[in-house]
Design a binder for this molecule. Structure first.
Ligand SMILES: [Zn+2]
Length: 328
């Protein structure tokens, strides 16, 4: 029997800055037939979204019923974010008529519409079609890193920084704004290399982006990264590394956010366990104010452990979870 897909994978409310003001956002995650890159190649090394929220039997009608169910939570939020496991404007994932229906419903309510796409679908034609229906669009591009070697060898992203740049400029030329997602700590990088890569990537993405979001890795189920993590060959980033990047980043005029999933847990960005919730709330405070002073409270003894792991990794042959290796 065909599984039913009439409810969205997830719906929630959150707050964010827009034009210097705190506004409410509605987020709807739709299950789809899955990201084309995942269908063709198995996808990115850390991405488990397709395991969770995709099924090849899902039809356009299913996607629209999910949107309708999620839309019941619309309560004049200023931003509506509609995510799929891959690209909202790839017609093999979301049929064009369904895409257009969703765009016109959001536009009719005067909200800013955010959707995510891989760069290859962000073309002048597709963007103009969308903008015609909904003039206030933000295109979210999951760049992850501005380093082509990391994109190809560590993430298996299947595009380059140049591809991202072209897509971002196309979106900007049609009048959309751009949000760039960056990853903190792709596999095979030491903690220090991950910090340095995030800082370089922020500097390169900021001039093209209204918002740059740093996503510290959260180890998702059934991914290649999960296999490394289970073998202690990978430790998700410390929250201290997130703070370090947010403090030192050169993000110019763009908003800098860190969006954390699973923070404070073993699979997500975490510190020692006792300071995690304080550090997480200071990062949340920074997200809503852009005030770096919110990140000042750095007084847990585990900062020394963090500094030590940065230096241990410098002389070891491979990154990994050295604390587990030496202490368990
Ligand atoms: Zn601590």
């Amino acid at each position: 029997m065909k599984k039913r897909h009439e409810a969205p994978a997830s719906v929630w409310n959150e707050e964010e800055l827009l034009g210097g003001k705190r506004v409410r956002c509605l987020t709807i995650i739709l299950s789809t037939p899955g990201c084309a890159w995942w269908r063709e190649t198995g996808g990115c090394s850390m991405c488990g979204y397709n395991e969770k929220a995709s099924d090849r039997s899902i039809t356009g009608a299913d996607i629209l019923s999910q949107f309708n169910a999620g839309w019941k939570s619309f309560d004049n939020q200023s931003i509506v974010k509609v995510y799929t496991s891959g690209s909202f404007i790839d017609e093999s994932e979301v049929p064009t008529d369904v895409r257009d229906e969703i765009l016109s419903r959001v536009n009719a309510c005067g909200a800013k519409m955010l959707f995510e796409s891989r760069p290859e679908y962000v073309k002048p034609e597709s963007m103009e079609e969308c903008i015609k229906i909904c003039p206030d669009i933000e295109v979210a591009l999951g760049l992850e890193s501005a380093n082509d070697q990391i994109l190809s060898k560590s993430i298996n992203k299947g595009f380059t920084f140049g591809d991202y740049e072209r897509a971002a400029k196309t979106a900007l030329n049609t009048g959309a704004t751009v949000r760039t997602y960056l990853l903190l700590k792709p596999p095979f990088l030491t903690e220090q290399e991950a910090i340095d890569d995030a800082l370089r990537s922020i500097s390169k993405a900021a001039p093209l982006s209204r918002v740059v979001t740093l996503n510290p890795i959260n180890v998702q189920r059934k991914t290649k990264l999960e296999r490394m993590w289970k073998g202690w060959a990978y430790r998700p980033p410390w929250l201290w590394s997130v703070v370090e990047v947010l403090i030192r980043a050169e993000s110019g005029n763009s908003l800098l956010l860190s969006s954390m999933v699973g923070a404070g847990s073993e699979r997500g960005p975490h510190n020692c366990g006792s300071c995690d919730s304080d550090v997480i709330s200071s990062i949340d405070g920074f997200n809503l104010t852009q005030d770096r002073k919110k990140l000042d409270r750095r007084d847990c003894e585990c900062m020394d452990r963090w500094a030590e792991s940065l230096s241990i990794e410098e002389f070891s042959v491979a990154p990994g979870d050295h604390e587990k290796f030496f202490m368990r």
